[in-house]
Design a protein around this ligand. Structure first.
Ligand SMILES: Cc1cc2nc3c(=O)[nH]c(=O)nc-3n(C[C@H](O)[C@H](O)[C@H](O)COP(=O)(O)O)c2cc1C
Length: 190
């Protein structure tokens, strides 16, 4: 059975740099026979976590907020790997990506954790050429903490500097790394 991969795009720019790298991951994965689905977070209705903590009660399943995150919960349950692609906004992941990450709380803790043993990868794009002052290091570090908390394995981190939408295409090295990440994820089952 082929590996299933979900790519989650956290930039509002559909043809932006992180989305371009996401497409390259998909290209590599599909070439190796994986099933790939890409979700554009900015185009779906996902509200921020309201901190009701109902999801942490033993008797409660899922999240009280009735929105399109529930579609993502069932997709994420089904896949082997999840790739999160985000631009750096104010020294960390975009708001769209952060809202999505916070909502993982409902299905990412204890007995209800659907992410334990799943493969994760991150894609980042940012304008500042310095990995530290751009905020990219912050985002990578946050991602490490998120995956540790979820019990997920980090299988790749692909990141590069670009400003205008699609400018990342000029960066051959990072584009190739994204294809290789896709090929790698295609070999992984949960
Ligand atoms: C609101 C906003 C905040 C940004 N903050 C940062 C930042 O903190 N560090 C940085 O290096 N680039 C920053 N950028 C630049 C983007 O990260 C960069 O253009 C990136 O390649 C955009 O990726 P995208 O095309 O996938 O949206 C910011 C851009 C915007 C619009």
């Amino acid at each position: 059975m082929s590996a299933k991969i979900l790519i989650v795009l956290g930039s509002p720019r559909k043809k932006g740099n992180s989305a371009t790298l996401g497409a390259k991951v998909a290209e590599g994965a599909i070439a190796e026979g994986a099933d790939v689905e890409t979700i554009y977070l900015n185009g779906i209705n996902i509200k921020p976590c309201q901190g009701c903590n109902k999801c942490q009660q033993n008797t409660f399943k899922g999240c009280t907020i009735k929105d399109e995150m529930h579609l993502l919960y069932s997709k994420m349950k089904d896949v082997d790997s999840i790739v999160v692609a985000s631009p750096i906004y104010f020294f960390n992941i975009s708001a769209q990506t952060k809202i999505f990450i916070d909502r993982l709380y409902a299905v990412g803790v204890g007995e209800k954790n659907i992410f334990k043993g799943k493969n994760f990868a991150i894609i980042l794009s940012f304008a500042d050429p310095d990995l530290f002052t751009s905020g990219a290091v912050n985002a990578l570090r946050s991602f490490q903490d998120i995956c540790r908390y979820l019990g997920a394995t980090i299988e790749g981190m692909v990141y590069g500097r670009a400003s205008g939408a699609g400018e990342i295409k000029e960066k051959q090295g990072v584009m190739e790394k994204a294809v290789l990440l896709g090929k790698h994820l295609a070999t992984l089952k949960k």
